[in-house]
Design a protein around this ligand. Sequence first.
Ligand code: DER
Length: 240
Amino acid sequence: DPIEAAKRKAAFRAVEDHFRSDMTFVGIGSGSTIVYGVEAIKEHLRKNPPPPNHMNWFVPTGWNSRKVIEEAGLLPLGFDSIPGDSMLEVAFDGADEVDEELNCIKGGGACLFQEKLVACRSKKFICIADYRKNQKRLLTNWKSIPIEVAPIAHASVLRELRILGSTDPKLREHSLAKTGPIQTDQSFYIIDAPFKQLYTSLDVKNGKDGSGKDGHWSVEALAKRIKEINGVLEVGLFYG
Ligand code: DER
């Protein structure tokens, strides 16, 4: 399968370029691509064993991410167990779409809250994304922004998103498994909010207005504006 091969190639390249056996804290994202990333890390550690008595800890970004770490025989470390002021040397993760400035849409797997926690506690964030994810601007192929919200606030967040210009924001429901909204690892809900294509900072430098007046926002302006909405826990836009 050419897509699986592309994901695997990207993952092995990312690990080859950015993982070292003497690292102590490494973030592991969520989704299907990161599974190849963990396979590549396991392979790297087999070929380049860590220094004697050195522990490699892998910080998961949710239930599935922890399962991938454990099934690979690696040691998971809860985000809330990272000691003191330690930073993770690197975090590897996937994305749903990436623009020319490496801004990402994340949250396809409903893990965006812990993904952003771990990414922001890491010195380096490596996003592993096959060719399908690369677009000139965000919201080209992937049509909506995943947003994690407190259940009690979901209706008022939907209303605020419509005011910001989202055409038809919706609660993410289970397809088959269960009626009603999905719940995240934090027992929150996910809203998928469609917007028009997001301008990059270069677009704004070249005179495009990214304040949503013409229906288009810039990545950063929209991310900040959504994050301010009462009841929003996290927005699936990674930038800067
Ligand atoms: O939810 C996320 O942000 C994930 O990283 C995810 O959407 C990427 O999934 P994939 O690797 O299966 O495309």
